[in-house]
Design a protein around this ligand. Sequence first.
Ligand code: ADP
Ligand code: MG
Length: 323
Amino acid sequence: LQLANQIAAGEVIERPASVVKELVENSLDAGATQLNIRIEGSGSQLIHVRDNGAGIHPEDLPLALTRHATSKLSSSDQLSQIGSLGFRGEALPSISSVAKLTLISRQADSDCAWQLIPSENTLKPTAHPLGTTVEVRDLFFNLPARRRFLRSARTEQQHILTTLQRLALSRLDIALDCQLNGQQKMVLPAADSDSKQLQRLRKICGSRFVKDAFVIEQQRDLMQLNGWICPAIAHRAHNDIQYFFINGRVIRDRLISHAVRQAFAEQIPAGRHPAYVLYLTLPLDRVDVNVHPTKHEVRFREARLIHGLITSAIRDALRQTMP
Ligand code: ADP
Ligand code: MG
């Protein structure tokens, strides 16, 4: 079983940033509105994520580390209707097979929190506000080969911050802060108004993007595309501002990037790079997220329809702003 978990970890947990992604996604699934993250070293020393979400019932704490024990699906019918970020029940068991994991959680109806001691599989009462803290120490301590593949602390930290930025864009309504080696690296208050959204966008994508970007909003066939696009940016550094979210999930998809590129290609002089932060919302059964363990890839029921929606929404928006 330990081996199976470590093999799964090989797919899901590539580096410290992957742990951060899985933990934050769990917090978001738990309905958290506030996340505090602490990183030490490259993240392989310590990753600490505290949330104010619904918490885990003490009886379920040991279960959370059991392979395929997800609380998010109760039948295979639901596989075609996945609204949560997690559903495979692999992340926590994978992480705990390659690191030292501490889990503390408190639910609303409980007057104390419970801490799981995985090595003894026991619980002890402890003090903790409502919600959950997951602490991951000594990542890959038992897999020296994996450890050797990690890059410098700086590079791994950069991966973590990029991951957090992506997650912070995926949910503008969530407050998130991150401390790196005791220093505040990121403070993002909940963006519950237009101006606060632009503030967050400025912090993550830069003021140039915010200045030049325009709003995109289109609805068709129960699908909705909104966000910001910025055709005018030629700066290479902005190459990276290409974010696409489907139902709140970070997605890297060929169909999507093709559609965006095509929409931009006809309108933008060669050599310029489109920058965008786009959100596609569509009924859950129109997209299959159960394609890959990292869940970055999707399969669409009606690929052509979605391709069309994206290109036409961007073209319309571009036409309105370009002379
Ligand atoms: P998955 O997210 O695919 O269900 P995970 O291994 O990531 O699987 O987590 C296992 C289970 O632990 C989740 O289904 C959830 O019930 C519980 N859990 C994990 N993290 C949290 C959290 N921060 N708050 C509440 N419950 C959590
Ligand atoms: Mg999960």
